[in-house]
Design a binder for this molecule. Structure first.
Ligand SMILES: Cc1cc2nc3c(=O)[nH]c(=O)nc-3n(C[C@H](O)[C@H](O)[C@H](O)COP(=O)(O)O)c2cc1C
Length: 236
């Protein structure tokens, strides 16, 4: 039998490595070179700029819908800051800069839906206008974001907080206001779920949290309240 030439062997090895890389690129844990949520440095008053979001990547929408599911077992690997950037942009980033409008709809464009990000390196508030993380607390508050054990392990827990509607628009009906709050958080959490499915990550949206424990830790303003939480990481 003829021996394959060394260049043929080399070409096959390169092709196989490329195939393996392509298959794993979106679901693989971060390579040591990429900064991750474990490299976040909490400094009071020091806003952390996120890398520009990659708005072209991921699986097509129908493939993401086919893959969407809830996950409750996670590995502790951190997310890269690029993935966190993409995730937060998908959640509620500015997608029409000229108008300052976002990926998630809000009633009358109130944009009163806030996202807090609980990581091992502290708690941050996502500022869509600067596409940046504003430091809130240096503490690792992941375990306080829910009653299920995995919330302490997962690299990122998102906390969806509703601001009251602008006073000029006060809808005065608490049931209607709570309905809008739920709708807004639902839209953002589905954006996240689809991004997660598209990127090969794992998530679960969670209402099982103790608001009386969590709300004081966030330093909320009067009238703000936690509506929903969501874990994002890598499936075990
Ligand atoms: C508003 C809402 C609250 C939820 N709260 C929790 C929760 O606290 N903990 C949890 O493990 N799953 C929670 N879930 C996830 C549901 O249990 C899950 O979506 C459902 O079982 C269907 O499974 P699937 O998402 O894999 O299709 C919640 C889902 C929604 C929409």
């Amino acid at each position: 039998m003829n021996k394959p030439s060394s260049s043929l062997v080399l070409a096959s090895l390169v092709a196989l490595s490329l195939l393996a890389l392509q298959a794993s690129a979106w679901a693989a844990p971060p390579s040591p070179a990429s900064p991750t949520t474990n490299d976040l440095v909490f400094q009071a008053g020091q806003v952390v700029s996120l890398p520009a979001p990659d708005t072209k990547g991921g699986k097509p929408l129908m493939a993401a819908l086919a893959a969407r599911l809830s996950t409750r077992e996670y590995r502790p690997d951190p997310l890269t800051l690029q993935t966190l950037s993409d995730l937060l942009w998908a959640a509620n980033g500015i997608n029409r800069p000229a108008e300052g409008k976002t990926t998630a709809a809000t009633a009358r464009n109130w944009q009163n839906q806030q996202i807090f990000v609980a990581t091992a390196r502290g708690l941050f508030h996502f500022d869509p206008k600067r596409h940046a993380l504003v430091p809130v607390s240096p503490k690792d508050l992941r375990a306080q974001t829910g009653r299920q054990p995995f919330v302490a392990v997962v690299p990122v827990n998102l906390i969806y907080v509703a601001d009251p509607p602008p006073t000029a628009d006060n809808i005065a009906d608490p049931v209607r206001q709570a309905t809008y709050e739920g709708i807004h958080a639902g839209i953002v959490s589905q954006n996240v779920a689809l991004f997660v499915a598209s990127a090969g990550l794992a998530t679960v949206v969670r209402a099982n949290f103790d608001a009386s424990l969590l709300e004081p830790l966030l330093g909320l303003l009067p009238g703000q309240r936690v509506v929903l939480t969501q874990s994002v990481g890598y499936a075990k």
